[in-house]
Structures are given as structure tokens and as C-alpha cells.
Write a protein that binds this ligand. Structure first.
Ligand code: NDP
Length: 252
């Protein structure tokens, strides 16, 4: 990372992502919707991936109404998708765009907030699958196209509880430790031989449905809106972060 840039106060130029094709998972709501809007506003063509068609269409329509590049929708439930669905997605992206320059792994679930001793094993599997295994499989399928990009960026979404364990955060915390590990391993594997950079981002407490689920008693305006934490996302997705790999950045 360039020592002169603090990604939290990064000021992107308007056409930062012109010509780039970027896939965002969990793009229908929360931080993913805000990231998709921010990337589109800076010139990127988006592939909006999520499980809820209506949510994705709302984000799509907002981007089109703003006169930005028309996104495409990839309706996919990452909790259930099997290998062929990932394969088809990669094939469709290649057929439609012929390229992929950015990948934001954002979709996740919270699971239970409960002691490890009582943690439900089924929920454990679901959380680890959606939050860790799905990003691994998706990355694996999309690597050939990312390798072909002149400047590719893979961003994994971490959390404070993915860096230091906290009581009762169970599988969610463990999945985010896993994401940090996955990002580090992939960053090392791509460091010298590719033009792909791989980093983690920790949004910090942000006003979304997941935050409400985790902290139901918190006042709604106690945390920033997703749209106000986008500077590090834009920094990592655009060319100004060239050479920054294997890092884990904070948005707040
Ligand atoms: P939300 O729960 O508000 O949004 C999660 C997104 O993931 C939604 O768009 C949701 O789709 C999608 N999603 C959930 N399950 C699936 C699935 N099975 N298949 C496909 N998509 C799915 O969460 P946030 O926006 O708060 O979180 C975004 C990321 O930021 C997550 O990785 C989270 O762990 C991380 N994070 C968030 C923090 C916060 O305070 N908000 C703090 C630290 C990290 P749908 O539209 O259907 O709901």
C-alpha cells in the first residue's frame, strides 16, 4: 500500500473504474448494494449477485436511472449453489463481457450469537459454507478471467471478530478468521506471478440488517450508513491500490 494514502479518506476520481467489470456478492441490500452503487457511479459495469431477485432489481434500476452502465443480475443462492452453478456463472460472464476485473465477496450470514458449547452444528455448517466455502469456490471459478485482466482486484469482507475472537460470535467469527486466512494464502500465491491483488476489508459496525440482528437494542443512527464507508472499497477496486496485496483494511 502506498504510505501516502489512507484508504478511509481516499478521494476517487469520477471515472476511476471506467471500463471495468466487477462482480459483487450480496449486492441486493446493505453494504453490497452501497458498494455496487459506488462502483457503478465511478464507471464500472456491475454483475449483481444475490439470492433475492427483487432486491437485485431495485439496485439495478437505481443504477440505470442514474445513467450509469447497465448492470446484469446473477440470481444465485450461495447457501445452496453447487459446482455447475458456479461454472455457468463464469461461462456467462465470459460470454457477456469477456473479462472480469473485480470481485467483492460481501454476502454473509450472522448465524447464532451463542456460546460455542451450545452452538448448533447445523448452523455452524451453514455459516461456514456461505461465509467461507462459497467465496473460495467462486474465486476458484473466476480466477482464469481475473488472471487475464490487466489490473484485477479481489476483495474479501472480514470483520473485527475475524481478527480477534469474541465471546458468543461462534461460527461467524471463525468464518471471518478463515476469510482473512484465505485472502492471505491467495495473496501470496498471486503476489509475483499475476496482476491480481487480494485484500480484506473490515467495514466496521455499519447500519444494515445484519447489524440490527447482532445488536437489536442499538439506536438506528448509532452507526454510519453503508454509503458513507465506501472510500476504502473504491481504493481497493481501482488502480490506485496497485501493489497493495495481502492487506486487511478498516473502513472506520
Ligand atoms: P446484510 O445482512 O445487510 O446483507 C447481506 C447480503 O448478503 C444481502 O444482500 C443478502 O441478500 C446477501 N446474502 C445473504 N445470504 C445469501 C445467500 N445465501 N446467497 C446470496 N446472497 C446472500 O449484511 P451487511 O451488509 O451488514 O454485511 C455485508 C458484509 O459486511 C458481510 O460480509 C458482513 O459479514 C460484513 N460486516 C458487516 C458489518 C456491519 O456492521 N454491518 C460489520 C463487519 C462486517 P438479501 O438481499 O437477500 O438479504
Amino acid at each position: 500500500m502506498s504510505s501516502s494514502i489512507d484508504p478511509r479518506s481516499y478521494q476517487p476520481r469520477p471515472q476511476l473504474l471506467d471500463g471495468r467489470v466487477i462482480l459483487v456478492t450480496g449486492a441486493g441490500s446493505g453494504i453490497g448494494a452501497a458498494a455496487a452503487a459506488a462502483f457503478a457511479a465511478h464507471g464500472a459495469t456491475l454483475i449483481l449477485l444475490g439470492r433475492n431477485t427483487r432486491h437485485l432489481e431495485t439496485v439495478h434500476d437505481r443504477i440505470v436511472a442514474a445513467g450509469q452502465p447497465r448492470p446484469s443480475l446473477a440470481v444465485m443462492d450461495l447457501a445452496k449453489a453447487q459446482g455447475p452453478a458456479y461454472f455457468d456463472l463464469a461461462a456467462q460472464i465470459r460470454a457477456n463481457y469477456g473479462r472480469l476485473d473485480g470481485l467483492l465477496h460481501n454476502a454473509a450470514m450472522l448465524g447464532d450469537r451463542t456460546p460455542i458449547e451450545q452452538y448448533d452444528v447445523g448452523t455452524w455448517h451453514q455459516v461456514l459454507h456461505l461465509n467461507l466455502t462459497a467465496p473460495f469456490v467462486l474465486t476458484q471459478q473466476l480466477m482464469p478471467m481475473l488472471r487475464e485482466s490487466p489490473d484485477a482486484s479481489v476483495v474479501f469482507t472480514s470483520s473485527g471478530v475475524g481478527r480477534r475472537g469474541r465471546a458468543y460470535w461462534g461460527a461467524y467469527a471463525v468464518s471471518k478468521f478463515g476469510i482473512e486466512g484465505l485472502a492471505q494464502v491467495l495473496a501470496e500465491e498471486t503476489r509475483d506471478a499475476t496482476r491480481i491483488r487480494v485484500n480484506c476489508i473490515n467495514p466496521g459496525g455499519t447500519r444494515t440488517a445484519m447489524r440490527r440482528q447482532a445488536y437489536p437494542a442499538e439506536l438506528p443512527d448509532a452507526r454510519p450508513e453503508p454509503s458513507s464507508i465506501m472510500a476504502p472499497y473504491l481504493y481497493l477496486m481501482g488502480p490506485d491500490s496497485a501493489g497493495c496485496t495481502g492487506q486487511s483494511l478498516d473502513c472506520q
